[in-house]
Write a protein that binds this ligand. Structure first.
Ligand SMILES: NC(=O)c1ccc[n+]([C@@H]2O[C@H](COP(=O)([O-])OP(=O)(O)OC[C@H]3O[C@@H](n4cnc5c(N)ncnc54)[C@H](OP(=O)(O)O)[C@@H]3O)[C@@H](O)[C@H]2O)c1
Length: 247
């Protein structure tokens, strides 16, 4: 099966391409580095010719509110239009668990716009919503750096390893379109600050980590229900301890 991975050079994309190749599929990593730009449309029609499936795991270079919204809107519109013209049978996209539950989070708003475009397109689709990646915990910590401390929310959090995200995406991409959305999350749920403290400790960072319910996550206050699956969800196999052991 020819599977074009838009954003195939990124964190998730490169893991997904390797996994699909190992499974005997014909993945194509498409991104600006290989001359395929989903925002401008450059190289898209040629890359999608003869593709059975397209998986979109591209990410915006700028998370400035207007830029990130324009990125996900333009890229998603270009992708579904080019897929429809090329008779692609399945569009798979990676989104975020609870994106609608953090109204002040402009990145999440852009992901919701992406989901809306996919759902209203004629191309059969599957949307996989993941929680935050373990690989992202260091960057989250830095956003909370304040006077020698790290201040982050204290609500429950359920992050997942990028390898587990790629494994589930590979399964979905090689299956029938769901024409719906599934949630995936990590195997453990604990206060946000605990995950951040464990991640920093593993890299020898001694800054104290403070959990504060009044500290927002990307512009939105969060509670125990904001970022975690509320209904059925498939859980990744990798615990934070196992992931940190190879960190
Ligand atoms: N971070 C999280 O915790 C989290 C949680 C849930 C879902 N997600 C979603 O997961 C997805 C993948 O994230 P990631 O961390 O793997 O991303 P990443 O490592 O930042 O990789 C971004 C990819 O997007 C490509 N790209 C950038 N601009 C493009 C364009 N105009 N056209 C086509 N491709 C373009 C890049 O290509 P080049 O290498 O050529 O620049 C790169 O391959 C994102 O959609 C994100 O919203 C993230």
């Amino acid at each position: 099966m020819k599977i074009v991975v838009i954003g195939g050079t990124g964190l998730i994309g490169s893991k997904l391409v390797a996994r699909l190749k190992q499974q005997g599929h014909e993945p194509v990593a498409a991104s600006p580095k290989s001359g395929v730009n989903a925002v401008t449309g450059d190289g898209l029609a040629a890359a999608l010719a003869g593709a059975d499936v397209v998986v979109d795991v591209a990410n915006a270079p700028s998370w400035e509110p207007a830029a990130v919204l324009a990125f996900f809107e333009r890229s998603s519109k270009n992708l579904v239009a080019t897929e429809a013209a090329a008779a692609v049978k399945h569009h798979v996209a990676l989104s975020i668990v609870g994106a609608e539950r953090s109204p002040g989070n402009t990145y999440f708003r852009a992901k919701l716009a992406q989901e809306t475009i996919i759902k209203s397109s004629p191309v059969p689709y599957s949307i996989v919503r993941a929680t935050q990646f373990f690989e992202f915990l260091g960057a989250i910590a830095e956003m909370g750096a304040n006077d020698g401390k790290i201040v982050v929310p204290s609500a429950l959090f359920q992050p997942i390893a990028a390898d587990d995200v790629a494994a589930r995406l590979a399964e979905v991409a090689t299956g029938k379109p769901l024409n719906g959305t599934i949630d995936i999350a990590g195997p453990e749920k604990a206060p946000f600050n605990e995950f951040i403290a464990r991640r920093l400790k593993a890299s020898g960072d001694t800054r104290p980590v403070v959990g504060d319910p009044k500290t927002p996550y990307y512009g939105s206050l969060i509670d125990d229900t904001s970022l975690n699956p509320l209904g059925e969800a498939r859980l990744g196999a990798t615990s934070l301890a196992a992931w940190l052991a190879n960190f």
